[in-house]
Design a protein around this ligand. Structure first.
Ligand code: IVH
Length: 706
């Protein structure tokens, strides 16, 4: 093609132009297919570009001849500003991890216990590789792909449909007889070979190379310009689902077989086993094959095969009870410990951090590792300048396992743990007493909100993804605005929301700052405005109260429903009100540590003031009321005695699913007690308070009727 003499575009007549556009469309489509699907281009990128340029030049001269399947329309599609958000109709969850064979046996035992299955009762489990890529949810309606969304925070992802369409493993139309609504989920990944080839191309072009296939796949999928994604060889394995109007199968394996019939690639190493030991054997087999596989994997995922059992098992927090990821052992490497820095966390906890000579461990460059505390440094015996062994497992923070004594340089220096906070206040670092009367290994800066490090960390938490999640206001920007002295400072949560209205010139000021322009400044202001209305659970989580994580915040929000009620309870508890305390104590997963921490937070005038100012800026959305349309909605139920047909955990989970609350002890507020054989004091108490008592069979009759 390159050496064929071509008529200059200016000299083409209509007929010749039409013929050439037709030829070019076919030829470019073929190269696209070779490149994207078979990963075997037969021409260089420059030659490919020349074809596209000629096609474009002809189209410019003969706009009327532009074809419906014009190659210039396919690639280089309009670049969107940012991705649209998509709310997953069924959340995309993560998996719990197992690190040893023993953990896997425990998992199976837990499943059996929950389901009340005897040790010998059959329990089929699937095993399949855990692909090291990123998950994607594909929604098909009447067999047509309507959108592709990334996982995002599990609840809301990004619309990457245009990009997903460039992946040849992802059908635009499902084959066979799919249900009307079919959300197929799986992993987008890049093969090791394609990754190496991409890097070779980058290197040849004098461009920077990529770190590992996973990050490259993620980066490639999240390109605003779909033509860039199209240029990357991405692949897809289907292994899970979201909303489905009519289930095509009743087992995990059956679903995966259905995916294959719909036209998806599924992992050939997936298999079903009848015993845990067989499962573990399969794990070790996959582990042996790992290096020879075409793609990176980081473990093996086990799932209960029977979907009815999956349904019964349900979820704990963000992961299913019916699945677990058995991770491969961490990878290790040796490098030099250059320095130890001190980091101050949101709660003032002081953590020594190892600064390392950059080293690649398991495909990722590691430069920092946590040293946890002074005792850990002492235990390891490391000195600055030592050659240390670092380990990295999955997304876990890299760790230092020890040092190599033979390699200790003469000038190696021991590390002196500081006694004052490295912040400008130089506040003393203190150790808390723990229950046993001993001192905790955790050292804290006692400066609380006065310590600039802690304030900054609080703000970072406040804007983080699971809290206020303000687009364009992340850790980096907090650093930037925190230190501002030109009228744009953000040193408290409320100041985020007063940024724009502090003075009329705020927008102009920001526009003229480095890194900001007209559009980005306005966008930040808009993003902040958007979050002025915030769900209660995000607000509670965002406050950064110790021990109040995302799931506790959710529990609190669901229990108190609106901000005034929560605040009233918190203030009462801070004032020592016993009734308020008991009420909170009755909530699942809320114990003394959480309550003490809430009390402490709200007894601090500084915090109250901070919260008051913040609330003045916000509209807090009430929490979703639990399902109110069932006979169990809002009821408090206590299970006691032996249950025959399901475990107590399952019974509780079931009650919660119908909008009821399962409590641990009987009080006047209890609505219903389900008592099995052997029920003792709780039953007596129920009778004393006149609470309705039923047996397990009656409980089932009621639940089945719902
Ligand atoms: S199942 C409800 N199967 O691992 C559980 N996940 O740690 C849905 N992953 O977000 C996930 N390979 O991105 C499942 N064969 C596999 C997987 C897999 C990789 C990823 C996925 C998920 C993460 C959870």
């Amino acid at each position: 093609m390159a050496d064929k003499k071509l008529t200059p575009v200016e000299k083409l007549n209509q007929e010749e132009a039409a013929a050439e556009l037709e030829r070019l469309a076919a030829e470019i489509a073929e190269h696209d297919a070779r490149y994207h699907r078979e990963d075997a281009p037969v021409i260089s990128d420059a030659e490919y570009d020349a074809l596209k340029q000629r096609n474009f030049a002809i189209e410019q001269r003969f706009p009327d001849l532009k074809r419906a399947d014009s190659p210039s329309e396919k690639v280089g599609a309009a670049v969107s500003e940012k991705f649209e958000k998509i709310r997953h109709r069924v959340p995309m969850l993560s998996l719990d991890n197992a690190f040893s064979d023993e953990d896997v046996r425990d998992f199976a035992a837990r499943v059996r216990r929950f389901l009340k299955l005897g040790e010998d009762a059959p329990l089929r489990l699937t095993a399949e590789p855990k692909i090291d890529g990123l998950s994607l949810s594909l929604r098909y309606e009447d067999g047509e792909l309507v959108y592709a969304a990334t996982r995002g925070d599990g609840t809301t992802g990004e619309n990457v449909t245009a990009n997903a369409r460039t992946i040849s493993d992802i059908p635009n139309r499902l084959k066979g007889d799919p249900p009307a609504v079919m959300e197929v989920r799986g992993e987008v990944y890049m093969t090791k070979a394609d990754f190496a080839e991409l890097n070779a191309r980058q290197e040849a072009a004098g461009k920077p190379t990529y770190v590992n296939p996973r990050n490259t796949a993620a980066g490639s999928l999240r390109q605003l310009d779909a033509s860039i994604t199209a240029g990357r060889a991405l692949k897809f394995f289907a292994y899970a689902w979201g909303e489905v109007s009519e289930m095509p199968a009743d087992t995990q394996m059956g679903m995966v077989e259905a995916f294959r019939e719909f036209g998806f690639e599924t992992n050939p190493l997936m298999a079903v086993f009848e015993s845990v030991e067989k499962l573990i054997q399969h794990y070790h087999r996959i582990e042996m094959e790992r290096a020879d596989l075409a793609y990176d994997i980081d473990g093996v995922v086990y799932k209960v095969d029977d979907l009815t059992l999956q349904e019964r098992l349900g979820f704990v927090s963000r992961s299913p009870r019916w699945a677990i990821a058995h991770k491969f052992p961490a990878e290790k490497a040796m490098t030099t410990l250059n320095a130890i820095d001190i980091q101050v966390g949101r709660t003032g906890a002081i953590t020594p951090v190892a600064r390392l000579e950059p080293v690649t461990v398991g495909g990722v460059v590691v430069e920092n590792a946590t040293l946890h505390n002074a005792e850990e440094i002492e235990r390891l015996g490391v000195m600055i300048g030592d050659t240390v062994i670092v380990q990295r497992a999955g997304d876990v923070i890299p760790q230092i396992l020890g040092y190599v004594p033979e390699k200790r340089p003469k000038d190696a220096e021991p590390f002196e743990f500081p006694t004052v906070c490295p912040c400008s206040l130089k506040t003393p670092i203190v150790r808390e007493a723990i229950a046993s009367g001993e001192e905790s290994v955790v050292r804290r800066c006692s400066g609380e909100f006065a310590c600039p490090f802690q304030r900054k960390e609080h703000l970072k938490h406040f804007v983080s993804r699971r809290a206020f999640d303000i687009e364009g206001l992340g850790e980096k920007q907090i650093e930037y605005f925190f230190d501002d002295e030109g009228g744009l400072e953000i040193r408290t949560p409320a100041q985020i929301f007063t940024l724009a209205k502090r003075d009329e010139t705020a927008l102009t000021k920001l526009k003229n700052r480095d890194g900001y322009g007209e559009v980005s400044a306005q966008k930040l202001f808009d993003a902040i405005e958007e979050r002025r209305t915030i769900p209660l659970e995000r607000l509670i989580y965002g406050l950064g109260i110790r021990h109040v994580g995302e799931s506790t915040a959710k529990t609190l929000a669901r229990a108190y429903l609106d901000w005034p009620s929560f605040e009233e309870a918190a203030l009462k508890i801070a004032d020592g009100d016993e009734a308020a305390r008991e009420e909170m104590d009755a909530l699942d997963d809320v114990g003394d540590a959480v309550i003490d921490s809430i009390a402490r937070y709200f007894s601090e005038p500084h915090n109250r003031d901070m919260v008051e100012k913040l609330i003045g800026e916000l509209t807090v959305e009430e929490a979703e009321r639990p399902a109110t349309d069932t006979a169990l909605s809002g009821k408090t139920i206590v299970f006691t005695g032996a249950l025959e047909r399901m475990s107590r955990d399952e019974a509780k989970a079931l009650a919660e699913r119908f909008g009821a609350k399962a409590a641990g002890s009987v009080s006047k507020k209890t609505d219903l007690v389900v008592a099995g054989p052997g029920a003792g004091s709780k039953l007596a108490k129920a009778q004393e308070f006149g609470v309705e008592v039923i047996d397990e069979d009656e409980w089932f009759r009621r639940v089945e009727g719902l």
